[in-house]
Ligand binder design. Structure first.
Ligand SMILES: [Zn+2]
Length: 180
């Protein structure tokens, strides 16, 4: 049987926002910054601000997933282009080098995609840098390559930049929460 604790007593026991145990002398919750001894208006403002943040985090997470998917998509592109190159240039001397390079790139993007769930900012920045370096190297070897699939390239870079921005915003919100 659970005892009904009066609201005034509960306030000093547990945080009404995150349910962390609070000491009677705490003015703010040590976990989430909820104004334990604030006025009702202050407490309501705190709750509504946190709700807005949660909606923001939800949106940012969606953008992050798109960036992660872009990394997987790039892995797929490298596998595909390796296979296509292999079947077209089967008898060339450098076929093995090109195909292995493509497969290594695919493996790197697969790892970045998988690991981006844990470390989104680092993985997406690495992925974007690597992608840009590959494009620049291709452009040096074959200048016309820069124009090939330019729309897709812009979309890929766009998704990753949006992902980087979202990862930064999420980190900012999380930091503010812990400081509060
Ligand atoms: Zn709290």
């Amino acid at each position: 049987m659970e005892n009904q604790i009066p609201a005034a007593v509960q306030l000093t026991e547990n945080c009404a926002h995150c349910n962390t145990q609070a000491k009677p002398e705490d003015t703010f919750c040590t976990q989430c910054g909820y104004p334990l001894k604030g006025t009702e208006a202050e407490q309501n403002i705190f709750i509504s601000e946190r709700q807005v943040e949660e909606i923001d985090i939800f949106t940012y997470n969606k953008t992050l997933r798109q960036a992660s998917n872009t990394l997987y998509y790039l892995a797929g592109i490298f596998i595909l282009s390796g296979l296509v190159y292999f079947f077209i240039h089967k008898d060339d001397e450098d076929v093995v080098t090109v195909v292995i390079t493509d497969l290594i790139m695919a493996a790197i993007f697969l790892v970045l995609g998988a690991y981006s769930k844990k470390k989104p900012l680092a993985c997406i920045i690495s992925g974007l840098s690597l992608y840009v370096i590959v494009q620049v190297l291709n452009a040096i070897v074959e200048p016309i390559s820069i124009a090939k699939g330019i729309i897709i390239k812009i979309v890929i870079i766009g998704y990753m930049i949006k992902g980087i921005k979202s990862a930064m915003e999420i980190e900012k919100i999380r930091k503010e929460k812990h400081i509060a």
